[in-house]
Ligand binder design. Structure first.
Ligand SMILES: Cc1ncc(COP(=O)(O)O)c(C=O)c1O
Ligand SMILES: *[C@@H]1O[C@H](CO)[C@@H](O)[C@H](O)[C@H]1NC(C)=O
Ligand SMILES: *[C@@H]1O[C@H](CO)[C@@H](O)[C@H](O)[C@H]1NC(C)=O
Length: 501
């Protein structure tokens, strides 16, 4: 829950009001100038192709701080990255790359387990697969696009998440946006968490099913909506819904919050409706053996009908999966357009996921010496312990400093609330100046008033990295005035220090 302070809400609204007013004023003058030039040569009878409030937002708000976004990098998204320096000759309207880069601490990538950079086990396997299979299959799955790697991956993913079968796609976004319309259509009902990812929103819209939204992560409200919808049935005809699917995420990527999965599953079982769980940010990242929120929260995967996830975060690759019953997966393979008409996942990307899962499972040979199984801490287990310790350390230190940090413990995603639009570039630019690369997010990815910086912690970060990051964020936080909830200084000065060391 955000605890937006009253005064901050007021100043934030005022800032947006001011930006909006000046933007409108500038648009107004621009219109007069265009009009006085008489021939509006842009249009020539065509309706304008770009218009609307979001276009206004882009031109008058986003463009003013666009140097904080889409920063090119010139390295793997490891604990440290090379950020390409840019310059502008027109007040940041256009930005140009230089050949210089700056080494920065990376607090922005979804590299939860550290598989994004070269890995002792994964990288050689990926290089071999590149030599053997090349970058692309140049074919869709049902033609020539299914390699032995693809089938191995699907079996492995199913086993890893604890479902009978799985299907994979070349892109996580498409996995949601193309699968949802296959699972449900006209006469069906989707009940969606209010903060679900855009890929789910677009999949739901494209499906033709009715969509109802329940309050973010609130099982009580979900039950209320469900009961009402089941009683009402379809609009006008009041026929019963053909089917109902509830869609939630494991970890909400803009909030860092864990899903209230056990409670939500209980509600869904009570009303006999299907559940669809997007584990993009939680698979690999949480749970004792990396199996996601089901493992962390003690939910039997058999109770989740459709388990979705992506390979773009914890596994350091690309693509997405759906894991479900054999029957559902077979149905998807016969009918899903993204399976039938899109070129299959790149084989080296497939190999990367296979290798990463094997490391996580300890099946990379690291627990065998001379053919004997031995009991020791595998690199995979180390990574899992590391991401958890790193995340919990970073989160508690940020909270001690007085930042408003969203999300739950164990979650590697931790948004720091900025609120005020002026604080977005202030925070981002000042961190970058001190060699810490952070991601800031604002409207339309978040509600207008709730701009934030989103920190993503990785198993690749060392304790020194995290301490450096905390020092810089603390300094910049003082400068930008975003320590909204100052905590009492500890009685014994040394105590706080010790923990940092
Ligand atoms: C919850 C969720 N689902 C789906 C996706 C899309 O996955 P991809 O980026 O792999 O296309 C994302 C991406 O960040 C996500 O956060
Ligand atoms: C342009 O970007 C630079 C670097 O991020 C920043 O320091 C500067 O203030 C920006 N200029 C304007 C006019 O916004
Ligand atoms: C790259 O950095 C060096 C040293 O800071 C500087 O002298 C040079 O001008 C920079 N080059 C560009 C293209 O910005």
């Amino acid at each position: 829950m955000v605890r937006l302070p009253y005064l901050t809400a007021l100043t934030t609204l005022f800032s947006y009001g001011l930006l909006f007013a000046f933007g409108q004023l500038r648009d107004f003058f621009r219109k007069i100038i265009d009009w006085s030039k008489s021939s509006s040569k842009d249009l020539k009878g065509y309706a304008p192709i770009c218009l609307g409030l979001e276009d206004f937002y882009t031109r008058r708000l986003y463009l003013r701080i666009q140097d904080c976004f889409s920063r090119p990098i010139a390295s793997a998204p490891d604990a440290w990255i090379d950020v390409v320096e840019r310059y502008s000759n027109d007040n940041n309207k256009t930005l140009h790359r230089t050949s210089n880069t700056t080494k920065c601490l990376n607090l922005g990538s979804y590299n939860y387990l550290g598989f994004a950079a070269a890995d002792e086990y994964c990288t050689p396997h990926v290089i071999d697969s590149l030599k053997k299979y090349s970058c692309s299959t140049c074919s869709v799955r049902v033609d020539g696009g299914t390699t032995d790697l693809h089938t191995e991956l699907e079996e492995l993913v199913a086993r890893f998440v604890g479902k009978p079968a799985a299907i994979t796609f070349g892109m996580g976004y498409v996995t949601n946006s193309a699968i949802i319309p296959v699972l449900i259509g006209k006469g069906g009902l989707i009940i969606s968490d209010s903060l679900n990812h855009n890929s789910i929103v677009n999949g739901a819209r494209g499906s033709g099913a009715a969509v109802r939204v329940f309050q973010h992560n609130n099982p009580l409200h979900l039950e209320e909506v469900l009961r009402e919808q089941i009683a009402e049935g379809q609009p006008r005809t009041h026929r019963p819904w053909k089917k109902i699917i509830v869609i939630v995420e494991g970890i909400y990527s803009m909030e860092g919050e864990l899903c209230q999965l056990p409670e939500i599953i209980a509600v869904c079982k009570k009303y006999k409706v299907y559940t669809y769980l997007d584990e993009a940010h939680s698979i690999g990242a949480v749970g004792k053996t990396g199996r996601g929120v089901c493992e962390l929260l003690g939910v039997d995967p058999a109770d989740v009908d459709i388990m979705m996830g992506t390979f773009t975060k914890s596994f350091g690759s690309c693509g997405g999966y759906i894991a479900a019953s054999k029957e559902i997966i077979q149905y998807l393979k016969y009918t899903c357009p993204a399976y039938l008409y899109a070129t299959s996942m790149s084989p080296p990307a497939v190999q990367q996921v296979i290798s990463a899962i094997k490391v996580i499972l300890g099946e990379d040979g690291s627990n065998r010496v001379g053919g004997f199984l031995i009991d020791l801490v595998t690199p995979g287990a180390q990574k899992l312990a590391r991401i958890r310790e790193n995340s919990n350390f970073f989160r508690s230190e940020l909270q001690k400093m007085g930042f408003e940090v969203l999300g739950d413990s164990d979650s590697p995603v931790m948004p720091i609330m900025l609120y005020n639009p002026a604080k977005i570039p202030a925070f981002s630019r000042e961190c970058l100046r001190q060699n810490v690369a952070v991601v800031t997010v604002a409207f339309p990815a978040t509600p207008l008033l709730l701009a934030r910086a989103r920190i993503c912690i990785s198993a690749a970060h060392s304790r020194e990295d995290l301490i450096k990051g905390l020092e810089v964020i603390s300094k910049v936080g003082d400068l930008a005035g975003i320590k909204y909830f100052p905590v009492e200084p500890p009685k014994h000065e040394t105590q706080g220090h010790k923990e940092l060391e």
